[in-house]
Design a protein around this ligand. Sequence first.
Ligand code: HEC
Ligand code: HEC
Length: 687
Amino acid sequence: MCSVASAADYEKDIKPLLKERCVACHGTVKQKGGLRLDAGSLILKGGKHSAVTPGHSDTSGLLQRVLSTDPDEQMPPEGARLTASQIDALRQWIDSGAKVPNNEPVPKSPAEHWSFQPVKRPAIPKSAHTHPIDAFVFGLADAPPATTPRALLRRLHLDLTGLPPTIAEQESALPIDTIIDNLLTRPEYGERWARHWLDVVRYADSNGYERDAEKPFVWRYRDYVINALNNDKPFDRFVIEQIAGDELPDKSLESHIATGFLRLGHWDDEPADPPTDRFDQLDDIVSTTGQAFLGLTIGCARCHDHKFEPLSQRDYYSLVAVFNPLERPRQGRTELTVKIGDTEVYTLKQVAGTLPLTHVLLRGSPSRLGDRVEPASPAILSETAATLAKKSRLGLAQWIASEKNSLTARVIVNRVWQQHFGQGLVSTANDFGLMGAAPSHPELLDWLAHWFVHDAKWSLKKLHRLMLTSRAWQSSSVEQRAKSGESNPAVASPGSSSGSSPYALGSQLYRYRRLEVEAIRDSMLAVSGQLNPKRFGPAMKPSIPAAALEANTDKDKIWKASDEREASRRSIYTFIKRGLVVPMLETLDLADTVSSCPQRQVTTVAPQALTLFNGDFVNEQARHFAARLKREAGDDATKQITLACRLALCREPSSDELTKMRAFLQNEPLEQLCRVILNLNEFVYPE
Ligand code: HEC
Ligand code: HEC
């Protein structure tokens, strides 16, 4: 019949129309009226009511809705009405039987997204490898060879403590497992790993913006993190203390200090627009909480519903409502601390009197109030979604740290993996949403997350031990280096996993990579013998070249450098001034100080070579290193060279190296040789 011949075609006419005008509210992210219009089978299925009766456009809800003139009924509810020809196409398509292709894929609903599903423990795959990680990674295949014992020792020390092994440690023939356990009990472990967490929580010692004032006593938070790691505070408790340590029934000075987390952000002490500034500060807390603990980019829902994730403005402002009762203690532009017992603590304060109401802000504008919202967790995590009662911050913290939360354990396990291996199983450590990367080994990730919560009871030290005892981590990086071009490993960018080898450069094997700047600097101090082991307390200020201060209007006052002894403390104790980052740290890729940093960048730029070869710091350490060699090895060149290689590289020089270095010393002073050794690739790229 002729009507069939002229019927509209689903693929050509209907689908594009629905996509353009309807799917924003009737698709994967939103299903208004329970209806999805983004696949034929779903259109036929209908929503709360049937949408389409094939052959009968007159009784089909969909057509009635687009034709309706009742503002409560008509679709789309906003924007232009459909044109006559568009309505005609819909009518024809329905009357001719509402035909849809059989094999049309149904876009996945965000609620089905992997990271929103509860963590279940998969079975360990059949494998000859007894270590669970190796069973997942290698299955029935052979594992790559382990690295040499010397290289492994150095790798372990640098990974867990950020310092190379001493000669005595190199000589003790302890089994690897014992070495791992020993390293995990050292205070240097917390000093190394706290820095990783400080990256995630945007730690800095100053506020940024114009005045960039110092945050008083913020270092107590830094010390709290170091202690928490050294004491192996269970991660769930660690989370709860940072978000709501002041609301805990067993709150303490320590748990109050932990809430410094909420106040670490940058902020403007002289804002042009105070209401917006207030919401900027709340945004800093909400966005960081979302990224750091949940791997969600909730901050994108501040001005509009998230365009790519199932996170609405209502979700966002429900989180704002949790933190809205907090205020920054201050007197004019000067920040105040909060007295807890006898101590000065850098944290926010609960407002006195009635709690402020929170509304959705239309387009993010403080002057355009939408619906009122109550504190709540994001609706998409409906499995465990909670409306948060009176102590809503504690409620949120407990919901995040709950073993039922599908994100928290996965996110932290992945962060730990990333630090050990060089790349996460999920390469976007702060984004586990639909736009984030899919896990390379989903079953391994889930097994680890489940094990971490249920077997290890949130113990990070147990998690480290598990990862470090695997062959996957202990494997040799020689093959990777062959692939990436050993002469210049810096060009091997993270994420460039390609190639045919079954275990080349994947996220599942130890990745050959440059140390973070803190570990480079601390290693130099350790090797030169200058490392000042003083722990905790106010930050120190390494000297900054005059040229770097030149541009500042108050260049005489802006940076009062500490004396050399104080400045020779570990890098984690460096004062991080947002407006003036110590050049060596900045050049070698310190984390962004303004927002949560999921992973350090590894750039390769010329100033790095200048910093490491010509910088004042490295030259000073080379001098100290030379003096140490003379002190400990006497005047014999062979002995000096041997000691230098053992201290810096954890190995003896080869005979070829020995010959060349001896020849070098004929014309050059020992400190020049030391400078060269501190600049070897091998020094900053643990094998
Ligand atoms: C801006 C959001 C929005 C857009 C765009 C939109 N809708 Fe809706 N739609 C809604 C809401 C909200 C409801 C539920 C409330 C109601 O029934 O009116 C709904 C309900 C419906 C229902 C009834 C579902 C049921 O089973 O009760 C139909 C049919 C429908 N829409 C069709 C359409 C069509 C066709 C388009 C595109 C031409 C469209 N809608 C575009 C928001 C939207
Ligand atoms: C400070 C307010 C604000 C924040 C925060 C914000 N956006 Fe937007 N965004 C807007 C405005 C305004 C528009 C334009 C109007 C609209 O589409 O609602 C827009 C539009 C968009 C669009 C549509 C672009 C287009 O070409 O039509 C996308 C996609 C988007 N935003 C993504 C994001 C993502 C991803 C984030 C988080 C990283 C984000 N937005 C955070 C204000 C914001």
